[in-house]
Every structure is written in C-alpha cells, then in structure tokens.
Design a protein around this ligand. Structure first.
Ligand code: ATP
Length: 322
C-alpha cells in the first residue's frame, strides 16, 4: 500500500466526506463441525448478501471517533449494545488499515445502522468492510481488493464476505471464500426480533446439546452442493428444500418463541423459513418480489417481530456510494 497525501483521489465530497455501504448476509447453508482443539468451529457455509445495508461515512478529523445513527444504533445493554470506542469493530478496522498503510488513524466516522446488532446478519462485519473501503479512499492508502480482504480476515470471520458480497461458499471459520455465480434474484423477508442473541452463546449451546447427545455430533459436515445448485437456477421449491442451519436448533433452545416465529412465516406463505446464522432473525423465502411484499405485510402484523424487511439477493459487497 502506498501512502498518498491526505485526501488522495477518490469520491470525496465538498466537506471531505467519503461514504460506503455494505450488505447484511443470510447463511442459506451453515454446517458446523465439533469444537476444535483451537477453540473454534470449522464451518461449511453458503453466504448470500441481501439488500439491507449499513452506511459508513468518514470525514477528515484530528483523532478517531465513532457516532451511531439509524434505526438500529443499538440498545443500552446485552448483545445488542453497539460500542463507540475501540471495542467497535470499525475502530479496529481503522487502526489496522492505518497501521498497515503507515498513516495516522484519524477520522470522524458515522455508522448508520439499518442492520440490527447481534441478529445473525453480520452487521458488525458489514460496518468493518464498509469502513475499510471508505477509509482507504479518505486516507489515499490505495489498498488493492486483495489487501483489504486480508485485513478483513484479521478483523473477523464474516468480514471478507461483507467485502465480497454476492454468493460465496465459505470454509475455515467462514473467511475462506469461493465466489458462486447465481444468475437469478432471490426474494426474502427478514423477521427481526426485539432482542439480539449472542453468537458465542449460540455456539456454546450447540456444543452442550451435542455433548449431551441431544444433537448429532456434527463430525460429517453436510455438503453445500445441493443448495449451491438450487441457488444458481432455482426453482424456489428446490432452494426451499435445501436450506439448513446447524445453529438453528441451539438458537431455538435459547429463544423458544423463535419456533412460533418460524411457523408464522411458513403459515403466511413463505416457501421456507430458517434462522439466519446465529439468529434470532428469521429469513423467510418468498417466490418473487410481489410475494415478499405480501409476506412482509402479513408478518409485520403477526406480533412475532420488532420489524420486518423485504429484501433480495445477491447484491454486491462493500462499495463506495455517490
Ligand atoms: P454474525 O452473524 O457475524 O455472527 P451478528 O450479526 O449476530 O454476527 P453483529 O451485529 O455483527 O452480530 O455484532 C455482534 C457483537 O459485536 C455485538 O454484540 C456488539 O456488541 C459488537 N460490535 C462491535 N462493533 C459492532 C458494530 N459496528 N455493529 C454491531 N455490533 C458491533
């Protein structure tokens, strides 16, 4: 990476602001291996980037600061709480990029959160990916996409996918990606709960259920091939029949009311419904855009969700806006 004078080429507006956005994800396939000796779980997953975006705006400043805005700026306690100091993954992204490029980590950062926190939608990862793209332009660090992908993997397992977007097969902890070409659009309704779920707590519950023999040990990871084939060309029934998520069972134990939320989605006409990642968001598959709008209206009145969003995917990963 080469250092350029502050404010090098890029989409910098009159007040020096650079804006980037990055999408939420749904795991349409998530197979989790038993806990490894290194304390992590090996995954086989298929990520789909969907049209719910966080927007990160960065401006020149004399120090580093983070401000949160938007519908999901975060609760005051629990896993939904979004910090504004170095515990925020965006802060860590800024320090990592600055260190790598040999510049000072100075920027006033605003994160406009449309993706709820601790929802299984990789909102924090989206923010980190958008911040890398925006700060690269603000600071004129001229990182290649490969440089940014490498920094992304150091920030968190889902960050490389937030940068890439589209559809991808993920292995390792989810950070090793192979892009998948999906020619058609998929419509979904996201049912967002009033309270987040902690990702480590859901993995811990999976380990407990497996140790007690209440779930299969997970030695054999289910193949993602059927879901990849269905995603490529459909029809919707084929995708509906292949969706799976090993974290759904533990999320249901920790949040029993999720069962009724999933049933409400299929009862309202979704082709299928599953918990997104570690939950508690419910991802309901619709036949097409009109169906998604109708499904969203019905689920909004069901009383099971804080809010619902009709979305589609695949969409691109982190990009400059404007
Ligand atoms: P995943 O689907 O990747 O498991 P998630 O969508 O469930 O993640 P996130 O919203 O990414 O979860 O946030 C998880 C935790 O990270 C939160 O409890 C929050 O305290 C912390 N966090 C740090 N930075 C951020 C950020 N920018 N946005 C949201 N949460 C953040």
């Amino acid at each position: 990476m080469n250092r350029l004078p502050h404010g090098g080429p890029g989409r910098i507006t009159g007040d020096g602001a650079v804006v980037a956005r990055a999408p939420a994800k749904v795991n349409v396939h998530l197979a989790v291996a038993p806990l490894g000796a290194d304390g992590y779980h090996e995954l086989r997953t298929v990520f789909l980037a969907v049209s719910l975006f966080d927007t990160v705006t960065v401006r020149p400043a004399g120090d580093l600061s983070i401000e949160l805005t938007g519908a999901f700026a975060g609760g005051s306690a629990g896993p939904d709480r979004v910090p504004t100091d170095r515990r925020n993954i965006v802060w860590q992204a800024a320090e990592l990029l600055a260190q790598r490029a040999g510049v000072s980590a100075e920027a006033a950062i605003t994160i406009d959160k449309s993706i709820p926190a601790a929802a299984g939608l990789a909102g924090g990862s989206a923010d980190a990916a958008a911040a890398l793209v925006a700060l690269d332009t603000l600071w004129g660090t001229h990182a290649t996409r490969g440089d940014l992908a490498e920094l992304a993997a150091r920030l968190g397992s889902d960050v490389p996918f937030s940068l890439l977007g589209g559809v991808a097969l993920g292995s390792g902890r989810g950070e090793r990606l192979s892009p998948v070409l999906a020619r058609r659009r998929w419509d979904w309704v996201l049912g967002i709960a009033g309270e987040g779920l902690s990702t480590p707590a859901v993995y811990g519950e999976l380990d407990r259920l497996r140790a007690e023999g209440l779930l299969p040990a997970g030695e054999e990871l289910a193949s993602p091939d059927p879901v990849v084939a269905a995603l490529r060309s459909g029809p919707v029934e084929a995708l509906a029949g292949t969706l799976s998520n090993d974290l759904q069972a533990p999320a249901l134990v920790l949040r029993p009311q999720l069962r009724r939320a999933l049933d409400a989605a299929t009862g309202a006409g979704a082709a299928a419904a599953l918990v997104s990642g570690s939950g508690p968001t419910v991802a309901a598959l619709a036949a097409d855009e009109d169906d998604a709008v109708a499904l969203a209206a019905e689920l909004a009145g069901s009383g099971h969700f804080r809010t619902v969003r009709a979305v589609h995917g695949p969409v691109p990963g982190a990009r400059l806006v404007g």
